[in-house]
Design a protein around this ligand. Structure first.
Ligand SMILES: [Fe+2]
Length: 358
């Protein structure tokens, strides 16, 4: 039952703003007369989107249909009281923030606490004064729209952060690619070896089921495997004949030197590149530069080892001609369980199998 306020000045002041006019308001009250009175009041005050039910069992359905900005909810109703309605609504995942205005007769402090704990935001005692109802509705709608605004801003900020992160990652990848190209430039003017090793490492990583994130990282980190070679003098690096034992010892330092150059990186890509630089000459059987064996060799190092050797075999080097592809594949296979991780050789053979013959 509504009790009209004397005079109209107060009511006029409460006319809804343009935003509030479109607020979706849901009314749940078992007394059709109350529903009618509230609907008329809202209508008179410029609200345009009200829906109501006098059967509380329909509240859930109506909520899903209307997605209200405000719920006017009676407490004492047959079949389901206002508490039970709130419990149902609280179970809906979508109901993240629901302003509920409880319409009630006398309410004990316990019942109020109960209602608040279930999510009621405010109360109006029946019979209510129109001004008071409108004021409380306005206050709750203000909170509701501020909440939506903040949620919206948060989503925009999150999207912005995602964009910036992507930008930052692609900048990192670009710089790393240029660095790898620079490192390769002295002994491979095309700079393509590093890139091809990256491609093959990526295919192997995908073949053994690594996550997309890891596959992308290894694609960018693998080309830096030989970055440490920038510390090797031209006379050794570009020597056409066989290397002396001392020269070979010097060449072997490129793994440690590369790891040192890349150490202390603050992003995952650099940390992975460091691991690869250090371990790409390890052998599965322990016969590599540092004597690591089996799974003690980082997986990324084991992957790049296969990719690096295969690419070196099928391309011309100052000290050797390019091997025919079948011979290179046979050599990789021969090193299964010796130089290379057996499961990676298997993955390599599957990748090669699928490649178009050239
Ligand atoms: Fe190397």
């Amino acid at each position: 039952m509504l009790m009209p306020q004397p005079g109209s000045a107060g009511v006029h002041r409460l006319m809804p703003s343009r935003t509030f006019k479109h607020a979706r308001i849901m009314i749940v009250d078992d007394e059709p007369a109350n529903v009618d009175a509230l609907t008329r009041l809202l209508d008179r005050n410029g609200f345009t989107r009200m829906e109501s039910t006098s059967d509380p069992r329909e509240a859930e359905h109506l909520y899903m249909k209307l997605r209200p900005d405000l719920i006017l909810l009676d407490l004492h109703m047959p079949h389901m009281d206002g508490f039970a309605v709130m419990d149902r609504l609280n179970q809906l995942a979508e109901a993240s923030y629901m302003p509920i205005l409880m319409l009630t007769g006398d309410m004990s402090p316990e019942a109020r606490r109960e209602a608040l704990s279930r999510g009621a935001k405010d109360f109006v005692n029946k019979p209510f004064h129109t001004d008071e109802v409108l004021l409380r509705i306005r206050t709750l709608l203000e909170t509701r729209f501020l909440y939506l605004q903040i949620q919206n801003q948060n989503q925009m900020l999150e999207a912005k952060v995602r964009d910036r992160t992507r930008e930052l990652e692609s900048t990192q990848v670009e710089i790393i690619e240029r660095l790898a190209r620079a490192a390769e430039f002295r002994d491979d003017k095309t700079g393509r070896h590093a890139e091809r090793v990256g491609d093959m490492a990526m295919q192997l990583a995908r073949e053994i089921g690594l996550s997309n994130r890891m596959v992308t990282l290894i694609r960018s980190a693998a080309p830096l495997h030989d970055i440490g070679k920038i510390s090797i003098p031209d006379a050794i690096l570009l020597k056409l004949g066989k290397l002396t034992a001392d020269e070979f010892t010097r060449v072997r330092t490129h793994t440690r030197m590369g790891a040192r150059l890349l150490s202390g990186g603050s992003f995952n890509l650099l940390r992975m590149a460091e691991e690869i630089a250090f371990s790409h000459h390890e052998h599965w059987d322990g016969g590599g530069y540092e004597g690591l064996s089996g799974e003690r060799i980082p997986l990324v190092g084991r992957i790049v080892a296969v990719a690096d050797v295969f690419d070196a075999l099928v391309h011309k080097r100052p000290y050797k001609p390019a091997w025919p592809k079948p011979d290179a594949v046979a050599e990789i296979q021969r090193q299964r369980g010796r130089q290379f991780d057996p499961s990676l050789v298997d993955a390599f053979l599957r990748v090669i199998e699928r490649m178009p013959t050239s």
